[in-house]
Design a protein around this ligand. Sequence first.
Ligand code: E4P
Length: 214
Amino acid sequence: MELYIDTANLDEIKQAHDLGVLDGVTTNPTLIAKEGVDYGKRLADICKIVSGPVSAEVISTKFDGMMAEGESHAKIAPNIVVKLPCTVDGLKACRAMADRGVRTNLTLCFQPLQALMVAKAGAFLVSPFIGRLDDISQDGMQLIRDIRTIFDNYGLKTKILAASIRHTTHLLQCALAGADVATCPFSVIKQCMSHPLTDAGLEKFLADYKKAFG
Ligand code: E4P
């Protein structure tokens, strides 16, 4: 499973990149706004750190605006992936961009048929949001499993990018369900290497070493 970081914070991106396990970055307007920086410049700065796919979201809701914004985002760097919403206009823009060789990430996917449609329209990635479905008492993980089944049934090549991941249990379940990619906050990436028995074992090894060898 590929691992992306879900942030627009350069320090977190650098730290995750230095771990050697980072395959890409997802951003959204909320994440970039939180940083209080210029939208396009921040995307360009992220692309200087990470060579894998970097998702750059459009804010237009109509086809023409999406195409214009997508074209401008795609010029930032070759690894930019244009992020479009799972709407009717987003679907149309997805097909048009695929025909022009521009990679897309279809975001805000909350039901399996949205994923089927955007895969048919040539999306490079589709982003089902697990945490936000859990928030309204639906089963976010079931969405990942359903999309996996549909894509496997028909040999659809669009990658399933599990998004809105809140904790390591989500991440583990994504790996078991066969998500192609998972995007997580930096805190979740770090938690993957955490276990109390690792800490306790390390503490004892160091104490025993000190006792015997000073
Ligand atoms: C993915 O691309 C989105 O930016 C993200 O995962 C949304 O997560 P949230 O529900 O925690 O805002």
